[in-house]
Design a protein around this ligand. Structure first.
Ligand SMILES: Nc1nc2c(ncn2[C@@H]2O[C@H](COP(=O)(O)OP(=O)(O)O)[C@@H](O)[C@H]2O)c(=O)[nH]1
Ligand SMILES: [Mg+2]
Length: 317
């Protein structure tokens, strides 16, 4: 049944890429591969980068990859752009930027847009991270636009969540969904070559100080970077490793790993149940009667929903 898992586990890039494509297309064969792959996952360190469009996330990712490579770590990159209709390889801009890694077998880049992800981008990103993990990449970097309640909830995906800000946002920090302070493990103020960077750093520091914490909790560092000039990247990667160590020491990495898997198991239950019930409702005899009854108001929507669900006949799998 599974076609690509065995080779992907051995690190074969072509098999990994084909499997990711299969999963994006919602092909059930891909799921069989995932079941075979799964026992080989749980080793990668997952870092999620989020922030507004144009903040410099892709440029940062490129530099972070280079820094990890110089530390002899292999890296998988998942670039998510919900506004992009493209999917598959790297989107043009990212492809150009990632060119310095193009011939490096220790780097594997996948971009995903809106096209073709049957279970949504969040699930596509999760499954892609599983494949990269099983392929043996030490670090998997996920770049996503926005924060918090967006289509892809980075906190549910990553072990370390990184929030990218930039100068000139003014009230923008407040405007960025209130949740950013709570989710960030590391904060970046990129474009520190532009005026106003120090002010953004100060604002973040003040707000982080007010965040709920005690002496044992992680105090997120705020790091200034100039991604285009590779400034601040060493400190940044040191901060990632510091956070990872903090998670390991407190037994929190295992916890985050487990809650990630639990989260996606719950998502799958929701997704499958929703699809099965929708299909069953669409084919239901009672539906037509109820629609007529709703039209002449001889039944209320609550009773109609109850009747409909009670009358359903379906196999949850
Ligand atoms: N001045 C300056 N420009 C930057 C810096 N980092 C990225 N950029 C530029 O900002 C633009 C957006 O960068 P990109 O990485 O695509 O942002 P993303 O949308 O967050 O992925 C590009 O033109 C980059 O060259 C920086 O540190 N300083
Ligand atoms: Mg980008």
């Amino acid at each position: 049944m599974s076609q690509y898992a065995e080779k992907a586990i051995k690190g074969d890039i072509l098999s990994g890429a084909r499997l990711i494509r299969l999963l994006e297309d919602g092909d059930p064969a891909g799921i069989e591969d995932l079941k075979v792959l799964y026992p080989h996952t749980g080793n990668a360190y997952l870092i999620g980068l989020t922030g507004p469009p144009g903040a410099g996330k892709s440029t940062l990712v490129d530099q972070i990859v280079a820094e990890f490579r110089s530390r002899e770590k292999t890296v998988g990159v998942i670039a998510i752009d919900p506004s992009s209709p493209f999917s598959g390889g790297a989107i043009l801009g990212d492809r150009v930027r990632m060119r310095q890694h193009a011939t490096d077998k220790g780097v594997f880049v996948r971009s995903m847009g809106t096209r073709g992800h049957l279970g949504g981008l969040s699930r596509a990103a999760y499954e892609t991270s599983l494949v990269m993990d099983a392929m043996g990449y030490d670090v998997v970097l996920v770049e996503t636009v926005g924060v918090g309640q967006d289509e892809v909830s980075i906190v549910d995906l990553a072990h370390t969540t990184v929030v990218v800000s930039l100068p000139g946002m003014g009230d923008g920090i407040q405007a960025m969904k209130a949740g950013i302070l709570e989710i960030g493990d590391v904060f970046i103020v990129n474009k520190a070559d532009k005026p106003g960077a120090e002010e953004v750093v100060q604002n973040l520091e003040i707000m982080l100080e007010m965040r709920d914490h005690d002496e044992k909790s992680w105090r997120p560092p705020v790091i200034k970077t100039v991604a285009v000039e590779n400034q601040g990247i060493t400190e940044l990667v040191d901060a990632f490793m510091g956070h990872r160590q903090y998670l390991v020491d407190g037994g929190l990495l295992e916890k985050r790993r487990y809650s990630r898997e639990l989260h996606f198991a719950q998502e799958l239950v929701k997704e499958i149940a929703y699809r099965k019930i929708s299909d069953a409702v669409a084919g239901s005899e009672t539906l037509r009667e109820l629609v007529a009854a709703l039209k002449n108001r001889s039944i209320d929507p609550y009773t109609a929903a109850e009747k409909l669900l009670r009358g359903l006949n379906f196999d949850p799998l």
